[in-house]
Design a protein around this ligand. Structure first.
Ligand SMILES: C[S@@+](CC[C@H](N)C(=O)[O-])C[C@H]1O[C@@H](n2cnc3c(N)ncnc32)[C@H](O)[C@@H]1O
Length: 350
């Protein structure tokens, strides 16, 4: 045994534990609204923050010290005050910011809540369905993807498809399968008011949340959300069918893709958005993005697919396997339209 290597690996795990501890405290700031209370407030001490938030001063004092140690807030030893810099507020307090990470923090909490269930599933091989997760999983997913979708769907992903933006500008029928809280559907509806949109998801609570979000965004005149399995949505001829981070979660991705193919209007396209993944595991070693996706895949995506007696494609299937799924579904053309640090965009045509 090489003692130096033991020490080195000990330090690596210790660093990861420290990171996980920081995530826990940082998530509490999100859940309790402390980050919002600190944003733009200038330097505050624990008593002032308690007055602002209505939270217990002793807890806040300990939490603030931890956040100062983590470097999330600055600490002025002379005044005993803590400040959330504007740049950090953009990441922790501002839901509209493209840098916002509150959804990821909430998602980490939701994944920890599932640890015992997933451990049992490791023993039995059974699945754990999406709807059996802590409710934080659903809101976290919408909040996590929101900033990414706001920066990518309309400006990057749709334009990467062949002629799709022109078709949307002319007025088209768009289907969003596995739409969750409808973030992607609503963004497209805001950008293309001349189109009609349908979002489907098997999870009723998500569909209700999506309807509420559409009404709030003022797009409910052109967006409908219904509860439906991925291969059993209302029949129609769709110019564009989208799967946003959902196909790999499904029990039967080939069936879902084949259903989409059968429902396309002539010349229509399927846009498949999946997490970025390399085709070979050896090309992902050491990637923090792949690590986050493998964690979500183990805790959420594989268990949900198994709960649907599925193939459990996983969130790191990679472009080759995803192309095989689409080809097996009968698509004649499958094209890798775009690759970003976080996503793969595939375009499939009948
Ligand atoms: C990771 S979430 C993504 C949600 C949404 N597309 C987004 O990007 O925010 C996966 C979604 O797929 C849905 N889903 C899983 N299996 C499904 C199935 N067989 N039919 C329809 N929806 C399904 C889940 O309910 C969940 O909303």
């Amino acid at each position: 045994m090489n003692v130096e290597k033991v020490t080195e690996f000990f330090m690596k795990i210790a660093d990861e534990r420290a990171g996980a501890s920081a995530v826990l405290l940082t998530y509490l700031g999100d859940k309790l609204g402390i980050w919002s209370a600190m944003a733009g407030a200038g330097p505050v001490d624990s008593a002032e923050l308690a007055a602002r938030t209505g939270l217990a001063e002793r807890y806040l004092r300990e939490w603030l010290a931890g956040q100062a140690v983590a470097g999330h807030v600055t600490y002025d030893a002379a005044t005993g005050r803590f400040e959330l810099p504007a740049e950090h507020a953009a990441v922790l307090a501002d839901e509209s910011s493209l840098a916002f990470q509150g959804g990821g923090l909430e998602g980490a909490a939701a994944q920890w809540m599932a640890a015992d269930k997933i451990a049992d599933a490791f023993r039995t091989g059974a699945g754990v369905a999406w709807h059996d997760h802590d409710p934080r999983m659903f809101s976290a997913t919408a909040r996590f993807f929101g900033p990414l979708y706001r920066s990518s769907v309309v400006d990057q992903w749709l334009p990467a498809l062949d002629g799709v933006v022109d078709r949307l500008r002319d007025g088209a029928h768009v289907l969003d399968v596995g739409c969750g809280h409808g973030t992607s559907t609503i963004l497209m509806a805001q950008a293309f008011p001349q189109c009609q949109f349908l979002g489907v998801d098997y999870h009723e609570e998500s569909v209700l949340a999506a309807r509420e979000a559409a009404a709030k965004a003022g797009v409910d005149d052109r967006v409908e959300f219904v509860v439906a399995e991925a291969d059993a949505y209302p029949a129609g001829e769709w110019d564009l069918i989208c799967f946003f981070d959902a196909l790999h979660d499904m029990g039967d991705p080939v069936g879902a893709a084949a259903g989409a193919r059968a429902s396309l209007a002539p010349g229509g396209a399927v846009m498949l958005i999946e997490p970025f993944a390399a085709d070979r595991l050896e090309d992902s070693i050491g990637s923090p993005v792949a690590l986050a996706y493998y964690t979500a895949s183990t805790m959420v995506c594989v268990p949900n697919s198994l709960a649907q007696h599925g193939t459990a494609l996983g969130a790191q299937a990679g472009p080759e396997q995803l192309t095989e799924v689409l080809k097996a579904a009968g698509f004649g053309t499958v094209r890798r339209a775009l690759e970003t640090e976080y996503n793969l965009v595939l375009e499939a045509r009948a």
